[in-house]
Ligand binder design. Structure first.
Ligand code: GSH
Ligand code: FES
Length: 247
């Protein structure tokens, strides 16, 4: 099956409401996220492997409304839908996690339905870890070295990375909310990480960057500061973002 690139909410709604009896596999990715490489390949392979189903590819940044509808908090993420029900959600950058789920669902019968369209069912509503980098149950405890390696990757996952409490659409603290507001106001595109979803990152980052609080804003993997620092920098230079990010 060909993969359909979703360019608008209308197109998405049309496809998902007219092809309800098919297994619909939705893939959310971001162009800046290098941890989407493996899943993009797995998604393409899955689409090529069958003449059944519908494969929708969605840039989570460009189609923010759709990403929000599915409460996508990190990329890559997969959502499987049939008959208007979310069968499963996967938030893992390991292509094999997707492959396993896809194989089960493409052959399996559709499960009993629930009433509302896209309703989450109890059993599969868990999008566990936000990082995408190592989602799922940790079998072995992460060593400090592994954590630091992960933090190095995460802080540089996008040119501008915000580590915050909650998500941009649902900040869980006023400080993080203000930071999101400032970034939006200055039209800064940014990646984010919800530190409330991962205590190792929350505590580890304080040590890693020697900065005790959140939000934390990074430019190209370097800590710039928290809310006060960003506010002060903007007071000193209203073009602070443009200046810092162009160099
Ligand atoms: N003045 C700080 C405000 C941020 C702040 O005080 N954050 C606290 C409360 S949300 C925090 O992150 N505490 C550590 C923690 O919750 O792990 C700034 O400029 O960013
Ligand atoms: S969570 Fe209480 S001030 Fe941020």
């Amino acid at each position: 099956m060909a993969i359909i690139q979703i360019e608008s909410s209308d197109q998405f709604t049309h496809l998902t409401t007219t092809e309800t009896n098919k297994l619909i596999t939705i893939y959310f990715y971001a162009t800046w996220a290098s941890n989407c490489n493996e899943t993009s390949e797995a998604f393409t392979n899955a689409a090529n492997s069958t003449n059944d189903g519908l494969f929708l590819s969605i840039d989570a940044d460009e189609q923010g409304d759709i990403a929000e509808l599915f409460e996508i908090q990190s990329v890559p993420a997969f959502i499987f839908i049939r008959n208007g029900n979310i069968l499963k959600e996967i938030s893992s950058s390991d292509g094999k996690d997707f492959e396993t789920a896809f194989k089960q669902l493409i052959t399996g019968a559709s499960p009993h339905s629930t009433a509302s369209p896209f309703a989450k069912t109890e059993s599969n509503s868990d999008i566990p870890d936000q990082s995408g980098a190592d989602v799922g149950e940790e079998e072995e405890e992460e060593t400090e070295e592994q954590l630091n390696e992960r933090l190095t990757q995460l802080t540089a996952a996008a040119p501008v990375m915000l580590f915050m409490k909650g998500t941009p659409s649902e900040p869980k603290c006023g400080f993080s909310r203000q930071m999101v507001g400032i970034l939006r106001e200055h039209q800064v595109r940014f990646g984010f990480f919800d530190i409330l979803k991962d205590d190792a990152v929350r505590q580890g980052l304080k040590k890693f960057s020697d900065w005790p609080t959140f939000p934390q804003l990074y430019f190209n993997g370097e800590l710039v500061g928290g809310l006060d620092i960003i506010k002060e920098s903007l007071e000193e230079d209203p073009d602070f973002f443009a200046q810092s990010l162009s160099s």
